[in-house]
Design a protein around this ligand. Structure first.
Ligand code: ADP
Length: 484
C-alpha cells in the first residue's frame, strides 16, 4: 500500500518567499489521521518571525506582480488548475488521511476546489471599470479597479482544499499576493496545493503557506500594516476576535463564519426529494460543514412520514475510515467534536427528544459516531441554538408557514437555509423572507463556483466565488482628469 511519502506533492515544510522552509527553532507539530489516531506527518511549528518574513516577501514582489497582465495571471491560474486536476487522486488521498472524509467526497472537494481556480482564471480578465458621464466640460471621470495588495487567508480543516482556492484564486486573479495559514489539523493538503502552484510557476513571494501556532501567526498577520486584507473561514468566535485584531490597521475583511441552517419541509414537499436533500445537506462530511442543515423544521402533516423515511435512509449509511470502499461517513475530526455531539444529544434527550436512530459513539471507537436522527426536538434544546457540526438531524415540528419562517430566522446566524415545497407562490415568499445569505429550494446542495457564497448577521461578511468574489480583492479608484 502507498504511504503518504510516496506521493510526489507530499510536503512537510512550509513555503515562504519561494523556498520550502522549516521553523526557525526547528520545531514541528504532528498531523494525525482522525480515522486511526496515528501521526502521519510533522510540519513546521512557525510563529511571528517566519510570518513576518512571508509578509515581507509578499510585499516585495507586489509591485511587479500587480503590474502583470491579467492574461498572464489567468494563464498561470489555468496551469495550476490543470495540475490540481491531474493530481486529484493524490490530493484526495492526502486529504482523507488528515481530514477523515470518504475518498469519493475528498475527490469531489478537489474538483470543487479546482473549479474556483478555473473560474477566477477567467474572471481575472474581466475586472472592468467605468467611464462616468462628466460633471464639467474640462474634465473626464473614470473608476478603475486595482488589487488590494498583500492578503492573508486563514482557513479551516473541514474543506482543506476548497477553502484555500476560494480565497487565493480571486486574490491572484486580482493581482494580490497572499500568505495562507491553513488549519493545524489539515496542513498537508495546503502544502500539496502549494507544491502544485510552484510547478505552475508562481513567482517567489506571491503565494506563501505558513504552518504553526494560530495565535502567533494570526497575531502577526492581523497586526501588520502591510497586510491590507484578511479572509477568514472558521468559527464565529475566532472571526470576531480577528475582526477586533484587524481594527487598529483597518483591514478589508471577508469572514465566512458559523451557521445554524434551517431545513424546512412543508406538507406539500416531494417527500423523496426532501429525504434525499436532507441526507446530502446533513450528513455530508459527517455533518461538519458550515452549511449543513442544523435544524430540520417539518410541517405537522408530513412530520411522521418524513421522520420515518429519514431514519430509514440514515440506517443505510456506512460508517468507517474514509479509505474503505462504500463508506459514507468518516470519523469526526477529533474527540472534542464527539464530545460536543454527545452533549447536544444528551441535552435534547433529557429535555424530551426521542432518538430514532444512532445517538452513540460508533463501535469502531476513536472519533467515529453513529449518524443520528432525533425527533420531538424543541427550541428549548441546545441543538436549536448551537451549531452541532456532527451527524445529528434534530426534527422540529411546525404548523404554519409563518411559524416556520419565524423559527428559521430565530438565530443570530444567517448563512444557509433550505426548504422543500411544490407551491410556486410559497417558494418565492419563503425564499425572500429567510434571513440568510444562501437559500436552497428543493435541494440540499447548492455550493458551486458560479454562485455567491456567504452569510449575513453573525455568519460573516463578504461573498466568495461567483462574479462578486473578486471584488473582495479589489479596490475602486476614482480618477478625475481635468484641464482638458
Ligand atoms: P474550528 O472550530 O472549525 O476549528 P476555528 O475558528 O477554531 O474553527 O479555526 C479556523 C482557523 O482559524 C484555523 O486555521 C485555526 O488555526 C485558526 N485560528 C483559531 N484560533 C485562532 C486565533 N486566535 N488567531 C488566528 N487564527 C486562529
Amino acid at each position: 500500500m502507498k504511504t503518504l511519502a510516496d506521493y510526489p506533492n507530499f510536503r512537510q515544510q512550509a513555503y515562504i518567499d519561494g523556498s520550502w522552509s522549516d521553523a526557525d527553532s526547528g520545531a514541528t507539530f504532528a498531523v494525525r489521521n482522525p480515522a486511526t489516531g496515528e501521526t502521519i506527518a510533522h510540519v513546521p511549528d512557525m510563529g511571528a518571525a517566519e510570518t513576518a518574513r512571508a509578509i515581507a516577501a509578499a510585499n516585495a514582489v507586489l509591485p511587479a506582480w500587480r503590474r502583470t497582465l491579467a492574461k498572464e495571471r489567468a494563464a498561470l491560474l489555468r496551469r495550476w488548475f490543470a495540475l490540481i486536476l491531474d493530481a486529484a487522486d493524490e490530493l484526495a488521498a492526502i486529504m482523507t488521511a488528515e481530514q477523515g472524509k470518504p475518498l469519493a467526497e475528498a475527490k469531489g472537494e478537489v474538483t470543487y476546489a479546482a473549479s474556483f481556480v478555473e473560474w477566477f482564471a477567467e474572471e481575472a480578465k474581466r475586472t472592468m471599470g467605468d467611464v462616468i458621464p462628466t460633471v464639467g466640460q474640462d474634465r473626464r471621470l473614470l473608476a478603475i479597479r486595482q488589487p488590494v495588495g498583500v492578503c492573508a487567508a486563514i482557513t479551516p480543516w473541514n474543506f482543506p482544499a476548497a477553502m484555500i482556492t476560494r480565497k487565493v484564486a480571486p486574490a491572484f486573479a486580482a493581482g494580490c499576493t497572499v500568505i495562507v495559514k491553513p488549519a493545524e489539523q489539515t496542513p498537508l493538503t495546503a502544502l500539496a496545493l502549494m507544491a502544485l502552484a510552484e510547478q505552475a510557476g508562481f513567482p517567489k513571494g506571491v503565494f506563501n503557506v505558513v504552518t504553526g501556532d494560530p495565535v502567533a501567526i494570526g497575531g502577526e498577520l492581523t497586526s501588520s500594516p502591510v497586510v491590507r486584507k484578511l479572509s477568514f473561514t472558521g468559527s464565529t468566535e475566532v472571526g470576531r476576535l480577528l475582526m477586533g485584531q484587524c481594527a487598529p490597521t483597518l483591514k478589508k475583511l471577508s469572514l465566512e463564519l458559523g451557521g445554524n441552517a434551517p431545513f424546512i419541509v412543508f406538507d406539500d414537499a416531494d417527500l423523496d426529494a426532501a429525504v434525499e436533500g436532507a441526507m446530502g445537506s446533513k450528513y455530508r462530511n459527517a455533518g461538519q460543514t458550515c452549511v449543513c442543515a442544523n435544524r430540520l423544521l417539518v410541517q405537522s402533516g408530513i412530520y411522521d412520514r418524513f421522520a420515518e423515511r429519514l431514519a430509514e435512509a440514515v440506517k443505510g449509511l456506512r460508517v468507517g475510515p474514509g479509505t474503505a470502499s462504500g463508506v459514507n461517513i468518516g470519523p469526526l475530526i477529533d474527540d472534542a467534536a464527539v464530545v460536543k455531539v454527545e452533549s447536544h444529544i444528551a441535552d435534547a434527550v433529557q429535555k424530551g427528544a426521542r432518538i430514532m436512530t444512532g445517538g452513540r459513539r460508533h463501535s469502531l471507537g476513536g472519533s467515529f459516531f453513529e449518524p443520528t436522527v432525533l425527533a420531538d426536538v424543541t427550541p428549548a434544546m441546545r441543538v436549536a441554538r448551537e451549531e452541532t457540526f456532527g451527524p445529528v438531524a434534530p426534527l422540529f415540528r411546525f404548523d404554519t408557514e409563518e411559524e416556520a419562517i419565524r423559527m428559521a430566522n430565530d438565530t443570530e446566524y444567517g448563512l444557509a437555509a433550505y426548504f422543500f415545497s411544490r407551491d410556486v407562490g410559497r417558494i418565492f415568499r419563503v425564499a425572500e423572507e429567510l434571513e440568510y445569505g444562501m437559500v436552497g429550494v428543493n435541494t440540499g446542495l447548492m455550493s458551486n463556483e458560479v454562485s455567491p457564497f456567504g452569510g449575513i448577521k453573525q455568519s460573516g461578511l463578504g461573498r466568495e466565488g461567483s462574479v462578486y468574489g473578486i471584488d473582495e480583492y479589489l479596490e475602486i479608484k476614482s480618477i478625475c482628469v481635468a484641464g482638458i
